[in-house]
Write a protein that binds this ligand. Structure first.
Ligand code: AMP
Length: 171
């Protein structure tokens, strides 16, 4: 795990002063780092009968489709407002650095499907909580939420009370 942490670039004051940004592109471009992350997530969920892997725009898209492929499931994108072309549902959320609205196609999840939600990082937990809310609104069961990085000091898991949360690397 220390090896994976070494592959993550920490960029101070991005996108604004006071934020330490965890840049996972440096992990993604390392073939062994990429393999370890995707294999680790696959092992964690391969016995869980997942029906859909939901990835959160934009950096959740770096990981969710590969994981969905390995788990032999479909991939569903959750996107920022205005990006999805068909009928959507939405949820608003707060970021560590801003506020926005997320959307998901109405027909993306079927009743009682077992859903795994994936993002690169959990900070305050707002993004993930909004996504879980939409999955449930569509009738899906949130089996777990998985992150590569968790910023423990921000206690984002408190917003995901009652859900199974897995973070590969904690800071
Ligand atoms: P939150 O809703 O506060 O848990 O924020 C999580 C979302 O914002 C994820 O999609 C992350 O990609 C992004 N994010 C928030 N804080 C950071 C950070 N310090 N470094 C990298 N990404 C971050």
């Amino acid at each position: 795990m220390e090896e994976l942490k070494r592959l993550i670039r920490e960029v101070p004051d991005f996108p604004k002063p006071g934020i330490l940004f965890y840049d996972l592109t440096t992990l993604l471009m390392d073939k062994s780092g990429l393999q370890k992350v995707i294999d680790g997530l696959t092992e964690e969920y391969q016995e869980q009968s997942i029906d859909k892997v939901v990835g959160i725009e934009s950096r959740g898209f770096f990981f969710a489709p590969s994981l969905a492929y390995n788990l032999n499931t479909g991939f569903v994108p959750v996107r920022k407002k205005g990006k999805l072309p068909a009928e959507t549902i939405s949820a608003s959320y707060e970021l560590e650095y801003g506020e926005d609205i997320l959307e998901m196609h109405k027909d993306a999840i079927q009743q009682d499907q077992r859903v795994l939600i994936v993002d690169d990082l959990i900070a305050t937990g707002g993004t993930a909580a909004a996504t879980a809310q939409m999955v449930r609104q569509l009738g899906g069961e949130v089996v777990a939420l998985a992150f590569i990085v968790e910023l423990e000091a921000l206690n984002g898991v408190a917003k995901l009370d009652g859900y199974e949360v897995f973070s590969m690397l904690k800071y």
